[in-house]
Design a protein around this ligand. Structure first.
Ligand code: AMP
Ligand code: ZN
Ligand code: FE
Ligand code: FE
Length: 283
């Protein structure tokens, strides 16, 4: 049986490959089922689905929505969503607006910190994509202020760094509720990044489950074996689905490949059956 990957990004948000390029690379990598989960946008899905049909890769329509849990940002993945649901577009317009409000302020702060760059050049390089911090990071690399994207986050853009500007985000209840309303399965992305939360992870899961969460991305590129085991057992104890994915972004996240992550990612395809059953039940 081929491999699966339930977390990937394209040029529709902050990935570096077009949807078609992503699907062709996934095919080469032996991926038979791929979820395309761009940040706050579904604009890459039609091309991904069409290329999937040509290449023989099943595409699960997905999205990744940022939300705020207390003061910490969490990402919620949505699987098997209906991109045409009328509830989706107005919400995405709101998320987009919060980015448009934030991005120029980040650039302004960077200029105060001595980095000469303009929002216009970032927009131009991003084309029609949802502009995110990775695009700003790439501009800092191009201008020679940092050596790579990761250094740009550490020195300037990460939460707590000098050019970090929060943006208005939906609550977890809103993000989870939206995904369910559009027929999707909401799943907590990369749980390892919740380590900044004061609350025990089990409690966070229980709260999110109370809001309608259905799964946890226990299998993830940067999870250690121990972390994966721990998140799997918490999922099981709380009656949540286990999912897994690479969070492939192309050149935006160097050395991370679709399907295999940093080399030894392996997402079992038998995770799909319970997801499909739940999704079918929600239609
Ligand atoms: P934004 O959506 O504008 O808030 O940017 C968030 C994106 O930045 C995430 O999808 C990550 O892919 C990326 N990101 C966040 N932190 C880092 C980091 N420390 N190094 C590289 N990329 C990061
Ligand atoms: Zn991203
Ligand atoms: Fe994420
Ligand atoms: Fe992601």
């Amino acid at each position: 049986m081929g491999r699966i990957d339930l977390h990937s990004h394209t040029t529709a948000s902050d990935g570096s490959l077009t949807p078609e390029e992503l699907v062709r690379l996934a095919k080469q990598q032996g991926v038979v089922t791929l979820a395309v989960t761009d940040h706050d946008t579904i604009s890459g899905l039609p091309q991904a689905i069409a290329e999937g049909e040509r290449a023989g890769v099943e595409i699960i329509p997905g999205i990744e929505i940022s939300c705020l849990y207390g003061t910490t940002e969490l990402h919620i993945l949505g699987y098997f969503i209906n991109p045409d649901d009328p509830h989706l577009a107005p919400a995405l317009i709101t998320y987009q607006a919060s980015r448009e409000e934030r991005n120029p302020r980040i650039v302004e702060r960077l200029r105060e910190l001595g980095c000469e760059l303009t929002y216009a050049e970032i927009k131009e390089a991003a084309g029609s994509a949802t502009v995110g911090r990775p695009h700003i990071a790439q501009a800092l690399v191009r201008r020679g202020y940092v050596n790579n994207v990761s250094e740009a986050f550490d020195r300037y853009l990460a939460d707590g760094a000098p050019a970090y500007i929060p943006r208005l985000l939906p609550s977890p209840g809103e993000a989870i509720g939206l995904i369910r309303k559009i027929g999707g399965i909401p799943v907590l992305a990369h749980p390892v990044y919740t380590s900044r939360l004061q609350e025990p992870f089990e409690q966070v899961c229980a709260t999110l489950k109370g809001l309608g969460l259905l799964g946890i991305e226990a299998i993830y590129s940067s999870h250690s074996r121990q972390q994966t085991d721990r998140y799997r057992s918490i999922s099981k104890n709380q009656g949540l689905l286990v999912t897994g994915g690479s969070d492939f972004h192309g050149e935006t996240k160097p050395n991370l490949l679709v399907g295999t992550g940093y080399g030894n990612l392996s997402v079992p395809s038998d995770l799909l059956e319970p997801m499909r059953a739940l999704a079918a039940g929600r239609r």
